[in-house]
Design a protein around this ligand. Structure first.
Ligand code: FES
Length: 134
C-alpha cells in the first residue's frame, strides 16, 4: 500500500475510532501513558473460553496513538489470551504502515501494544518481559 493510503487509514481511525469506550467487569484491563507527552490509553478486554469476545479502548492523545489503539482492537477480536501475549510490535506496525513513522511516532504507535501487554501479563499473573513490545 502507498504511504498516502496508510495516512488515510490512520486518519480514518482517529476520526471514527472503532471499539472506543470501556467495559465493566473486563477480565483484562490496563492503562498507561506516554511519559513524554502525557497522552493516555486504556484497554478493556472481555474473554469467553479464553478468547477475546469484546474489546474497548479509551484515551486521549495524538492521531497515531489513538488510531493505533483503534486498529489494534480490530486485530485482537477473536484471539486467544496466548495469542495476545505473543502479539508482536511488527504485526501492529505493519498494519499501521510504519515506513512513514519516525522514532517518536513509533512510541506513539506502540502505546496501545504496551497497555495490551501490561494487561495480559497481569491477567496471566506473569512478569512482563523487558522486551514486551517486541
Ligand atoms: Fe503523545 Fe503521540 S504525541 S502518544
Amino acid at each position: 500500500m502507498s504511504e498516502d493510503i496508510y495516512k488515510e487509514i490512520i486518519l480514518d481511525h482517529y476520526r471514527n475510532p472503532r471499539n472506543k469506550g470501556s467495559l465493566s467487569n473486563a477480565e483484562i484491563s490496563a492503562q498507561d501513558n506516554n511519559p513524554v507527552c502525557g497522552d493516555r490509553l486504556s484497554i478493556d478486554i472481555k474473554l469467553e473460553d479464553n478468547v477475546v469476545s469484546d474489546i474497548k479502548f479509551d484515551g486521549e492523545g495524538c492521531a497515531i496513538s489513538q488510531s493505533s489503539a483503534s486498529i489494534l482492537t480490530e486485530m485482537l477480536m477473536g484471539k486467544t489470551v496466548d495469542e495476545l501475549s505473543k502479539f508482536t510490535k511488527d504485526e501492529l506496525l505493519e498494519e499501521l504502515g510504519t515506513p512513514s513513522l519516525g522514532p517518536a511516532r513509533i512510541k506513539c504507535a506502540l502505546l496501545s501494544l504496551k497497555v495490551l501487554k501490561m494487561g495480559t501479563y497481569q491477567y496471566l499473573g506473569a512478569e512482563l518481559p523487558s522486551d514486551s513490545d517486541n
